[in-house]
Design a binder for this molecule. Structure first.
Ligand code: FES
Ligand code: FE2
Length: 425
C-alpha cells in the first residue's frame, strides 16, 4: 500500500473521503452509563475528529449537538442544562435537543431564531450503548438492530477502553485470526473447559486456511484448521463476521468488538458480550469476562486504557504496557501482558499513531486484512469521485442475523452452511 492510500484509509476527519464514508453509518457514540438517567451533566463526545455535546433531557431523551455554540462557538459542554435544552454560558443562547434556538438573550430578533438551527443528530439508546448518526439527514439509513439486542439488557455487557492509535489498526487485529494462537497463547490456556478444545486447536493450527466471502453487510471469513477439530478427522472452523465499517462478530459465544475513531490517532474500543443463559451486568458471568479479557478496573487503570470522558479535558490517554519481563524470561508468560485486551492494544498502539502500511510485508495469512483494506479504500475512492457507495448493511441480510460461528466440520464441507443467512455479493 502506498502512502497516499494509507492516508486515504486511515483519516476520517471532516472533509476526508473516508470521513464521508464512516459518517454514512450509525455508530456507537458512548456507553449509556456515561450519561445516567439522573443528575447527569452534559458530556463532550469526540467522534471522527469533531467535538459534540451530549446531554440527557429531563424526560430521559438524549440531546446530541455540535459542541460549538451556533452563536460564536463557545463550548456548549460548559453550559447549563434546562429541561430538554442547554444554555450557553457565554451569551445565554438556549438550544433545544432538536437544535431549535429557543432563546437569544443578546439578540431581540425572533426572525433570527426562526432561520437558524443548531446541528442536532439523531440518537438511539439500546443495550448499554448510545448510537448516533452524523451523516446528511436526508440519507440516514435505518439503524441496524443487531442480534444482542434481542437479549434482555441485563444479559449484555459493554466495556469501553481508549486506545491511542488509529482505528484501522484495531480493526485489523480483529480481522486477523492468525495471531490468536500466538499473541494470546497465555490466555488460551486459561479458557474454561467448554472453550478449551477450540483454544487448543488455535494453538495447534497456527497456519489456518483462510477463506472469505463478501456479503451485503461487509464480509464473512473462515479460519479453517485442518484436522484440528475435537476429533482428528474433523476440521475446526471459526467464522468472523464484519458488519462494515465498525462492528465485528467474533466466534466462541456472543461477542462483538467495535472500534470507533475518536479522531485519526485515538480509538474508542467497545467490547460487547451477551449470553441468553445468564445475566452479565453483575455476577459470575460478568466477573469471568472481565477477568478473561483483562478488563478489570485495576488493569484498565494500570494500562491507562480506562476511558476518560470529562466534560472538558484531554482526549489523549496515556496507554502504558507494564510487561512482566521476569515471567517472560521464566517461560511462564509469552507476552507478560495483563490480558487479551492489553495484548491486542499493546500491539495496535505500539505500531504508532498511524501505521505506515507502505513498509509491511504481507503474507498469505494476511489475506483478510488486505481484502478489507481494498473494500474500505474502494468506498473512500468512490466518495472522492462522487461515485456510488456500496451501502453496506443494505438490509438484504437482516442485521439481527449477522453472526459469527464456530465448530467442527468434516473436511470438504462448505463453511458457508454455518452462516447460511448471509447474502453474498
Ligand atoms: S457563544 Fe454561545 S451564546 Fe454566544
Ligand atoms: Fe487479539
Amino acid at each position: 500500500m502506498n502512502h497516499e492510500d494509507n492516508e486515504l484509509l486511515c483519516r476520517v476527519g471532516p472533509g476526508t473521503a473516508m470521513g464521508q464514508v464512516v459518517r454514512r453509518y450509525w455508530v456507537p457514540a458512548f456507553p449509556s452509563v456515561r450519561l445516567p438517567m439522573q443528575d447527569s451533566d452534559p458530556i463532550r463526545v469526540r467522534l471522527f475528529g469533531e467535538n459534540y455535546v451530549a446531554f440527557r433531557g429531563s424526560d430521559g431523551t438524549i440531546g446530541f449537538l455540535d459542541e460549538a455554540c451556533p452563536h460564536r462557538g463557545a463550548p456548549l459542554v460548559l453550559g447549563n442544562q434546562e429541561d430538554c435544552a442547554i444554555r450557553c454560558l457565554y451569551h445565554g443562547w438556549k438550544i433545544g435537543a432538536d437544535g431549535t434556538i429557543l432563546e437569544t438573550p443578546n439578540a431581540e430578533a425572533s426572525s433570527l431564531r426562526k432561520g437558524l438551527k443548531a446541528n442536532a443528530y439523531p440518537t438511539v439508546e439500546s443495550h448499554g450503548l448510545v448510537w448516533v448518526y452524523l451523516g446528511p439527514e436526508s440519507e440516514a439509513p435505518p439503524r441496524p438492530v443487531y442480534s444482542w439486542e434481542s437479549e434482555k439488557p441485563e444479559h449484555t455487557l459493554v466495556v469501553d477502553v481508549d486506545l491511542d492509535c488509529n482505528w484501522v489498526q484495531v480493526l485489523e487485529g480483529l480481522l486477523d485470526s492468525a495471531h490468536a494462537g500466538i499473541l494470546h497463547t497465555d490466555i488460551l490456556k486459561k479458557f474454561p473447559p467448554k472453550m478449551r478444545a477450540e483454544a487448543d486447536a488455535m494453538k495447534r493450527g497456527l497456519l489456518p486456511r483462510l477463506e472469505m466471502e463478501r456479503t451485503d453487510f461487509g464480509l464473512h471469513y473462515a479460519a479453517i484448521r485442518a484436522n484440528a477439530g475435537s476429533t482428528e478427522d474433523m476440521d475446526q472452523v471459526r467464522i468472523t463476521a464484519y458488519a462494515a465499517p465498525f462492528v465485528t462478530f467474533i466466534p466462541s459465544g456472543g461477542m462483538a468488538f467495535i472500534p470507533v475513531p475518536i479522531d485519526d490517532t485515538h480509538t474508542k474500543f467497545y467490547n460487547l458480550w451477551w449470553d441468553s443463559e445468564q445475566r452479565l451486568d453483575t455476577g459470575p458471568g460478568h466477573e469471568h469476562r472481565l477477568d478473561m479479557w483483562g478488563l478489570t478496573e485495576e488493569i484498565l487503570n494500570m494500562t491507562g486504557m480506562a476511558p476518560v470522558m470529562p466534560p472538558v479535558g484531554e482526549i489523549g490517554r496515556r496507554n502504558v504496557w507494564p510487561q512482566d519481563r521476569a515471567a517472560m524470561r521464566a517461560g511462564e508468560s509469552f507476552t507478560g501482558l495483563p490480558g487479551i485486551t492489553a495484548e491486542d492494544a499493546a500491539l495496535a498502539v505500539g505500531m504508532g499513531p498511524i501505521l505506515d502500511r507502505s513498509r509491511e510485508n504481507l503474507v498469505a495469512s494476511d489475506i483478510v486484512i488486505s481484502r478489507t483494506r481494498r473494500m474500505l479504500l474502494k468506498e473512500a475512492k468512490a466518495a472522492l469521485s462522487g461515485g456510488a457507495s456500496s451501502q453496506w448493511q443494505s438490509g438484504k441480510t437482516p442485521s439481527h442475523a449477522i453472526t459469527a460461528a464456530s465448530g467442527d466440520l468434516p473436511p470438504g464441507t462448505d463453511w458457508r452452511d454455518m452462516v447460511s443467512d448471509h447474502v453474498a455479493t
